[in-house]
Design a protein around this ligand. Structure first.
Ligand SMILES: *Cc1c(COP(=O)(O)O)cnc(C)c1O
Length: 379
């Protein structure tokens, strides 16, 4: 038996307190035992989203919440603009097409940073009623300015996939006027996969179609049940208990302090990668607080590198997706991560590349990472 290190941007490591809460004996979901936890989670979710509106909680992976947004908001035949700059933007196009929307793609090369003014112009030109976008495109490491996108989008209903960004980078749902936000449990919220969230502004609720195109993910039914601290269907009791502990940890430590920590972890990862002579794929600035994507050096196949890291050293990093498969590796640093995790990921990368015959600068990455981490963030 060897020690394993999970360093992917989802699922992410789960704190022992959260795992312990999830292992507690089962309680009935309609009794007072569970109601206390449920009430607390629903309130804490509002705080983490910085919204006064209800946050709907579903037993699903993040994609379930994306599906719920399209199927509750839209009618077949309506026009939806989608920012596509990576694998998760592609997912929005597939869901929109599945529900018979007319999809207007706003395409960017994977790794390019989408431009809010360009997006606003494209939405206006298309006459789209909705704009679907991804705050943190986990496949590339690019984080977009959703506040500026919302400001540029005119009257379009802006739907933000905040699955890997919630709790990692700033997201002010109410202050920025974000119309709809969806997220998931297994990224920066430090929980196992299995819970998904959706929240919508008042004016969105007022203009929802009379009938949801989905039964299980019906927003109105879920909202109504949650208002009486009940659930429409049997909730994922154990996962929700864990989430209550995780959100408590995030809020006790301070949401802003947590965001600043993520900026510093990103700085540390980039400094270490560059110090060993590797090239970054994700942007080399403080927006890259979710995942650091690294180009594989000449002659090294990313898939072989990941296998070596895992089999030889017990370290799991994430692969490139789509056309980036084999060309980049990604180090996640959202949620239950600290500077020593970054040092471990960098050291394992350095060692594995050396063992695979690549030339890297040895013995400097961890030091560069610690130095970068120490510099304080003033936001
Ligand atoms: C992980 C992720 C998803 C998908 O979530 P699942 O839980 O796998 O369904 C969607 N969007 C982004 C940006 C993600 O990082």
């Amino acid at each position: 038996m060897e020690k394993r290190y999970l360093m992917t941007p989802g699922p992410t490591p789960v704190p022992p307190q959260v795992l312990a809460a999830e292992a507690e004996p089962m309680v009935h979901h309609r009794g007072p035992d569970f109601q206390t936890t449920y009430t607390s989670v629903l309130e804490r979710l509002k705080q983490v989203h910085r919204t006064a509106n209800p946050v709907l909680l579903f037993a699903a992976s993040g994609t379930g919440a994306m599906d719920s947004a399209v199927s509750n908001l839209t009618r077949a035949g309506e026009k939806a603009a989608v920012v596509v700059a990576g694998s998760f933007g592609e997912r929005w196009t597939k869901i929109c097409a599945h529900y018979d929307l007319e999809v207007e793609r706003i395409d960017y090369t994977w790794g390019e940073v989408p431009n809010p003014a360009e997006i606003g112009a494209a939405v206006a030109a298309s006459g789209a009623k909705y704009l679907f976008c991804t705050q943190s495109e986990t496949s590339t490491g690019v984080v977009v300015d959703v506040q500026a996108i919302k400001a540029a989008a005119g009257d379009a209903i802006v739907v933000v996939d905040a699955i890997s960004s919630l709790g990692a980078v700033p997201l002010e749902v109410d202050a920025w006027g974000i119309d709809v936000t969806v997220s998931g449990s297994q990224k920066a919220l430090m929980c196992p996969p299995g819970l998904a969230t959706a929240t919508a502004a008042d004016h969105v609720w007022e203009q929802l179609p009379a009938k949801s195109r989905t039964f299980y993910f019906d927003w109105r039914a879920t909202k109504k049940a949650q208002e009486s601290f009940d659930a429409a269907f049997t909730p994922a009791v154990s996962l929700i208990r864990g989430m209550d502990v995780a959100l408590g940890m995030i809020l006790d430590a301070g949401l802003d302090e947590g965001l600043a920590k993520h900026v510093r972890l990103g700085r540390a990862a980039r400094a270490g990668v560059k110090a060993m002579g590797l090239e970054l794929f994700s942007p080399d600035d403080d927006t890259s607080a979710v995942v650091t994507a690294v180009r594989c050096p000449e002659g090294v196949d990313g898939s072989a590198l990941l296998r070596h890291l895992r089999d030889r050293h017990g370290v799991t990093l994430a692969p490139g997706q789509g056309a980036l498969k084999g060309k980049i590796v990604r180090i996640g640093h959202i949620g239950w991560f600290d500077i020593f995790d970054i040092a471990t990921a960098l050291s394992a990368l350095e060692l594995s590349l050396t063992e695979l015959g690549a030339t890297v600068e040895r013995g400097v990455a961890a030091t560069a990472a610690f130095d970068a981490y120490e510099q304080t963030v003033t936001a």
